[in-house]
Design a protein around this ligand. Structure first.
Ligand code: SF4
Ligand code: SF4
Length: 423
């Protein structure tokens, strides 16, 4: 085992290989508050990459209803349980949030790599703590869709009728859209006995070499997010490839410029923003104040990693849903939840402008600028004064050229009468 810096945990941790970081890292932010569970992203991915024989149960992109849903079933609860068994009562956070090396404080518990040392089997210790889901657990990708939690007086099916108020709804659910996190310390890669899994040095996308893979499924056991899938027709595992031809700028529609993945580009709810992050030598994010991802993760701190305590340093970040009980969210996104929801609920001028960049274009945004506009609205929101300005936010691509510009106040289009009843 090597010692590597996991900045999401605010400390060094064990990992089977020495640290090696790409020039830039594929990363994305999903705003859960906006997801409508339409599954357009799921179908965009399926119809592009996994429509062939043997791929029927492969959902590289899936959207599950929390708290009950999950694909495979209960994937997160099962891994959290294993970690708790390995380190009873010790899975917690401490310390104070610091700079880019410890933005959420310090994780005191054990990661899946550290906890694996306590499970010694006939072949020695595993490289990552995990489990292999059963066929039954892979059988229904959207079990419990739209199923809420929270019954009035404990009566099944009877939900609260008195209306709901922030900060926490009594009856709640939310949609969690998921793809492979193209982790900085991938557990799938760590566990593969064939060295068939690798992380591309140019963009950090994690791929499985289909020539080397023998289908031992060690990656499926180790990945805590359960994002590698077995294909019976080829006896290999496959996973999300980050739409790498698009990221490389090879999609015809991109005219040579990097494009966002199919799932990002098709998102109806405008919840998704994908980018490429420049890294420092120690794997932390290079300061880049005008990158929308850097701004949302490290400046506004509204976007948080999914289950950072697993220890893989996932590169998928989420703006947590405002209405969900905080303890549930803190288990899922770490101790930054309160601050993230506070900032998102009362956004300042810059945050409101940057939130308009999500899914406005197929191209990858490298930089943004804001041009100030007129005051358009003033009101009191949950006891606080808010003021809205119609600022313009401008997105720039890899070549420094403008991709698009948009405003905080969206234009209203009125359909002419002659089209009133037509599609
Ligand atoms: S999410 Fe899973 S499959 Fe994807 S890189 Fe991380 S460990 Fe590997
Ligand atoms: S397309 Fe967007 S809004 Fe629809 S389910 Fe996927 S992430 Fe959610």
């Amino acid at each position: 085992m090597s010692n590597v810096l996991n900045w999401q945990l605010g400390r060094e941790m064990d990992y089977p290989y020495d640290a090696a970081y790409p020039d830039q890292q594929f990363a994305f932010i999903f705003n859960i508050n906006r997801c409508i569970g339409c599954q357009t992203c799921t179908m965009a991915c399926k119809s592009t990459w996994t429509f062939s024989k043997g791929q029927e149960y492969m959902w590289w992109n899936n959207v599950e209803t929390k708290p009950y849903g999950g694909y495979p079933h209960h994937w997160d609860v099962k891994t959290l349980d294993l970690l708790e068994q390995a380190n009873p009562g010790g899975q917690n956070w401490g310390g104070k949030p610091e700079d880019v090396k410890a933005p959420y404080g310090k994780f005191n518990g054990k990661t899946i790599f550290e906890a694996a040392k306590t499970f010694i089997g006939p072949e020695g210790a595993n490289r990552a703590l995990g489990y292999l889901p059963t066929d039954e657990e892979w059988s229904a990708p959207n079990r419990y869709e739209d199923h809420p939690v929270g019954n009035e007086k404990g009566v099944k099916g009877q939900y609260f009728k008195g209306g709901e108020l922030l900060p926490e709804h009594k009856t709640w659910f939310f949609y969690l859209a998921r793809i492979c996190n193209h982790c900085s310390y991938p557990a799938c890669l760590a566990a593969c006995p064939r060295n068939a899994i690798y992380k591309r040095p140019e963009d950090g996308i994690v791929l499985i070499d289909q020539e080397r893979c023998r289908g031992y499924r060690k990656c499926m056991e180790a990945c805590p997010y359960k994002k590698t899938f077995y294909r019976g027709t080829t006896r290999t595992t496959e996973k999300c490839i980050g739409c790498f031809p698009r990221v490389e700028g090879k999609d015809q529609a991109g005219h040579g410029l990097p494009m966002q993945t199919r799932c990002m580009a098709s998102c109806i709810g405008h919840i998704r923003l994908q980018g490429l992050i420049e890294l420092n030598k120690d794997g932390t994010w290079k300061e880049n104040r005008r990158s929308p991802l850097y701004y949302l993760v490290h400046v506004a701190k509204v976007a948080l990693p999914l289950y950072p305590q697993f220890g893989t340093e996932p590169n998928g970040y989420y703006i947590p849903p405002r209405w969900v009980p905080r303890d549930y969210l803190k288990q899922m996104f770490g101790p930054g939840v309160d601050q993230a929801i506070e900032r998102y609920s009362y956004p300042d001028r810059e945050l409101l402008a940057v939130l308009q960049l999500f899914r406005r274009s197929n191209r990858i945004i490298y930089r943004y600028e804001i041009k100030e506009g007129a005051k358009i609205y003033e009101a009191t929101l949950r006891g606080r004064k808010i003021t809205l300005y119609n600022d313009t936010v401008i997105a720039y691509g890899q070549n420094g050229k403008e991709i698009f510009r948009t405003q905080v106040e969206e234009p209203v289009h009125v359909r002419p009468n002659k089209h009133a009843n037509s599609i």
